[in-house]
Design a protein around this ligand. Structure first.
Ligand SMILES: *Cc1c(COP(=O)(O)O)cnc(C)c1O
Length: 227
């Protein structure tokens, strides 16, 4: 099957799952995770109607900014080092992986130099696994409060990566917990903070994530094949 066929299949699964869950399918955006895939695959997906692409590695993203001629929208979804922020300033629409105030401050500084505002999500390590990035659940509210004070950063919601399970049902409690955390933070009514986006769900478990409230699903393998 082609990239275009895979995309059509994912969209119909998103639609069916949303409808079953009583949600508006248009409230769920598909982020095509294109890490390790060549620029030609991104162009092919774009011409099949896919506009948002997620990348993990900044060096690779910068190369693709140069190599992909189409007007795609880029999201950063992987661990981000503060000293790399300058390479992507003003060039990405959303950073999913903000997990510490030092990183948020550098994003604020770099976007500020452009007179622009960067949309960010706070990455939360719900499972508490040492191998995963993300702020602790307990630390998330404090981080959101600190980010809210930065004029060139806008918090739009939360992101998580649950442990990898064979059974997507095993990831569901982590998705539900992220949603509860977003509701708790939203209830604080922090000025300038939105909790409208929940970035959760990948190839193996995006349907469970949608049932639990995902607004952004990050799907790589199911679109582009095995890496
Ligand atoms: C690679 C990656 C994905 C996509 O994973 P697939 O299983 O290929 O769909 C999603 N989110 C993050 C943060 C990733 O690093």
């Amino acid at each position: 099957m082609s990239i275009s066929d895979h995309l059509a299949q994912i969209h119909s699964r998103i639609r069916a799952t949303a409808e079953k869950a009583g949600r508006d399918p248009d409230a769920i955006r598909l982020v095509a995770v294109s890490k390790t895939r060549p620029a030609a695959d991104i162009s092919a997906a774009f011409h099949a109607g896919q506009t948002v692409f997620g990348e993990n590695y900044i060096q690779e993203l910068v190369q693709k900014l140069a190599d992909v001629p189409e007007a795609v929208q880029w999201h950063v979804i992987g661990h981000l080092q503060s000293n790399k922020v300058k390479y992507i300033a003003g060039r990405v629409a959303l950073i999913h992986s903000v997990d510490r105030i030092s990183l948020a401050r550098e994003i604020d500084r770099q976007w500020g130099q452009l007179g622009a505002v960067c949309d960010i999500l706070i990455q939360v390590n719900i499972s508490g696994e040492a191998s995963k990035s993300g702020t602790t659940e307990e630390g998330a509210l404090q981080l959101v409060r600190e980010c809210a004070l930065l004029p060139n950063v806008r918090v739009r919601g939360l992101m998580t990566m649950p442990p990898i399970f064979d059974d997507p049902e095993a990831a569901r409690p982590y998705f539900a917990e992220l949603r509860r955390l977003a509701e708790t933070i939203a209830a604080e009514g922090i000025a300038g903070v939105e909790m409208t986006e929940l970035s959760m769900g990948m190839s193996g478990d995006f349907e469970a994530a949608i049932q639990e409230g995902a607004t952004l699903v990050r799907v790589g393998t199911a679109i582009f094949g095995e890496r």
